[in-house]
Design a protein around this ligand. Structure first.
Ligand SMILES: [Zn+2]
Ligand SMILES: [Zn+2]
Length: 277
């Protein structure tokens, strides 16, 4: 797999495109620096370089966790090798740390729409640049992890839906956005629970939404953060039970910090693994 990191792509400059920017120049979503015209995302080059976290280049295809080391892809790691079910692939923008952690927190707050859409744009670039041929061409549906209406009402939007909106701007995935899952009960916040409590907390929290035939379908599931994997694995099981052939997962950030102490790090990922967060 050819694994590239995101680079800003300059676009041709015209007066017609530029004059609104003279009145209200675009600023970086993360640091509010005024951006030069022609950037395709609302991030400055410095923030993009932090988001890329290029020192962490060994990526687990099984769960999206990143480790220091050479640019390589491994099939599973200490964090996901015991999972009962497998995604066809997991693509993450970064581990849940540093600037990405700050941006994800901002995405989840009121007025987080712009940040969510822009982070979705980066995820879309990442998915389309790094994806296997199967992921690019064979996706039937791109679907978000749903949020309970109560939480949605409080926040005003569902972060995962905004990410899907951005991902489906990629030409090959245009028109493939579909809400295949819905919540059927409210769950407690995952952040305060132990790993086993998190799996218990999300048990049967989703149901299949609508009457789309999922028999043999290839699905790209989108979420903002995955930590224990409990929520995403719950969605995976439902989609598989409904007949899906393969489910890929795209996430902004992979949280592994708090699990580290409980997981025996396997030799191939042990060098300098993230034990801090
Ligand atoms: Zn910036
Ligand atoms: Zn893994």
């Amino acid at each position: 797999m050819d694994f590239n990191f995101i680079k800003p792509e300059p676009t041709p400059w015209t007066w017609k495109q530029a004059w609104p920017n003279l009145l209200a120049p675009p600023v970086c979503v993360a640091c509010e620096t005024i951006l030069p015209s022609g950037e395709t995302t609302l991030f400055c080059r410095l923030c993009l370089s932090f988001i890329n976290s290029t020192g962490w280049r060994k990526v687990c295809l099984g769960c999206g966790a990143r480790f220091p080391g050479e640019l390589t892809v491994i099939q599973d790691c200490a964090y996901c090798q015991s999972w009962p079910r497998r995604f066809a692939s997991v693509t993450s923008l970064s581990n849940y740390e540093g600037l990405v952690q700050d941006l994800v927190i901002r995405m989840k707050n009121r007025n987080g729409e712009i940040t969510s859409l822009q982070m979705g744009k980066l995820l879309a670039q990442h998915l389309s640049k790094n994806a296997t041929e199967g992921l690019i061409k064979q996706i039937d549906w791109v679907t978000p992890i749903p949020t309970h209406w109560h939480r949605r009402l409080r926040r005003g939007f569902n972060v995962s839906e905004l990410l899907v909106e951005s991902v489906c701007q990629v030409p090959v995935w245009k028109g493939k956005s579909k809400k295949l899952l819905a919540t059927q009960r409210k769950t407690g916040k995952q952040g305060t629970l132990s790993i086993s409590q998190r799996f218990q907390n999300v048990k049967k929290c989703f149901k299949i939404s609508g009457k789309t035939d999922l028999q043999g379908a290839t699905i790209l599931l989108i979420d903002d953060v995955m930590t224990s994997g409990a929520t995403a694995l719950q969605a995976l099981q439902l989609l598989k039970n409904a007949g899906a052939n393969a489910v890929h997962l795209g996430i902004i950030a992979r949280g592994i910090g708090r699990q580290t102490a409980k997981v025996r790090i396997r030799k191939d990922v042990s060098e300098g693994a993230n034990v801090a967060g």
